[in-house]
Design a protein around this ligand. Sequence first.
Ligand SMILES: [Zn+2]
Length: 325
Amino acid sequence: MLPPLIFQPVYRRYLWGGRRFASALGRDLPVGDDYAESWELVDHGIDQSVVATGPLTGTSLGDLVRQRDEELLGRHAPQKAFPLLFKFLDASRDLSVQVHPDDARASRIAVPDRGKTEAWYIVDAAPGARIYAGLANGVDRSALAAALRAGRCDEVLHSFAPRPGDCVFIPAGTVHAIGAGLLVAEIQQSSDVTYRLHDWGRVGPDGRPRQLHVEDGLEATTRFGPVEPVRRPQGTEGTIRLVRCDYFVFDEIVPEAGQVWTCGGDDGSHFLAIIDGRWTLDPRWGLPPLGQGGCVLLPASAGPQAFTVAATGPTQPRALHVALP
Ligand SMILES: [Zn+2]
């Protein structure tokens, strides 16, 4: 039987990153003000989550998927690789406007990959920060192409100012961008195919504009119209389903005060990312309590796991839950 697994975060540093993994997620970050992504669950080629504590310390997620598949994945075994990737993003600048292909299209490119359907959960939002999700009503592929050629992409994108707790579902084929000022948790298919449509007229670290992939991106754009956020009705507690799609289920959990919250026991693996509060597993696992930004993968074979949940401040404990459908 596999125990609950805590992995080391894999940091990605880009120009648009910041320091909020330290200031908002309590991470012990090295120096640098460009920490853009923190990958918490990844098994994609050389990019691997590695167990951080306990008897399996140093083991990669990929090795567990391929060598202990039934214990890890239960009814979802076998898999060539863990099909999902979970990360936090700290956007101190606007990210490029992009689109990802679906599975069929991604399987036909030079280095075949999965498609990428993704969903975002807004952890924190600076005043005025915007999400770009989908296209304004009536904008079709040719109108998008014309706007890109004219450098007026912002006029055809659908955008809104999200609140913390909002979830935005971005199926493959949807044009999207994360705006400056957002701290986001993202669940996605484990894929690395991105077509950049527009970069807000900026230049890269070498002083030149970053490469765009307008033709591929236009072809991969298959969803039109605006995307609106999903959010929990105010003042409610319990589990709400943010997204259910072919690739993942994504839930927000707000346990009632003093409640023990139980997860698993359905012969599948479950991933939990803590947004607020202190969440403690059974002491037999010898794992530290999980606080803000803490993540754990519960293998299928570990069976149901009860978390003792406590508030650590004036706000209610909150976590994100991911499972395979
Ligand atoms: Zn994306």
